[in-house]
Design a protein around this ligand. Structure first.
Ligand SMILES: Cc1cc2nc3c(=O)[nH]c(=O)nc-3n(C[C@H](O)[C@H](O)[C@H](O)COP(=O)(O)O)c2cc1C
Length: 184
């Protein structure tokens, strides 16, 4: 069955290591016949959540801020799979990705019980460090997020040991990302 896959890429380097993971995942998923849409948050006009709790009134435009999140909301609501792609920045996801995730709250505000559309999630991450404990904090965050929203984890790929653009070439995580996409 064809799946709608939404990728939120929080790397500010559009041709960086995270984007290579996204590319390989996308190649695999498209070969398997899925529909993939990837957004690079850095290249969009998206602002942080205002915490106004005033969203959800207009179902087609749930946030009070009218920026490029309006391109993401409809795809988010019909996505079968949500992919978070980000470098590790100070032991967590980038501000770019966090900003987009916070803004998804406006979708929850559409219902009185703050219902969130069901998602099956993937995490794709690049980082300079290459030890298991390097990823502990972000794994904790990712799993807490999914647990609280009732979302399911499909798989996480952590590509450690990559710092400069291009460092990821030849890294086994690229093939892992392709295989993940093609088998999804
Ligand atoms: C501001 C900043 C913070 C970073 N923090 C970490 C970190 O906490 N741990 C780590 O292993 N790498 C850290 N890195 C390295 C990046 O995760 C690494 O360069 C990654 O490959 C960048 O991915 P990109 O090419 O998609 O931008 C940091 C890089 C920057 C610029």
């Amino acid at each position: 069955m064809t799946k709608n896959i939404l990728i939120l890429n929080g790397s500010p380097r559009h041709n960086g290591n995270t984007s290579r993971l996204v590319e390989e995942f996308t190649k695999g998923a498209e070969k398997a016949g899925h529909k993939v849409t990837a957004f690079n948050i850095q290249q969009m006009n998206i602002h942080p959540c205002l915490g106004c709790l005033g969203g959800g009134k207009d179902p087609d435009s749930p946030c009070v801020q009218k920026d490029d999140m309006l391109k993401i909301y409809p795809l988010f609501e019909k996505a079968d799979i949500l992919v978070f792609a980000t470098p590790l920045y100070y032991w967590t996801i980038t501000a770019q990705l966090k900003m987009a995730i916070d803004r998804l709250f406006a979708v929850q505000e559409k219902t009185s019980n703050y219902a969130m559309p069901m998602q099956h999630c993937v995490m794709l991450m690049a980082a300079e460090g290459d030890t298991d404990d390097n990823f502990e904090a972000v794994k904790h965050y990712y799993h807490a997020l999914l647990r609280h929203l009732g979302w399911e984890n499909i798989k996480e790929i952590y590509a450690g040991g990559v710092m400069k653009i291009g460092d990821i070439e030849g890294h086994p995580a690229l093939e892992e990302a392709y295989i993940l996409g093609s088998g999804i």
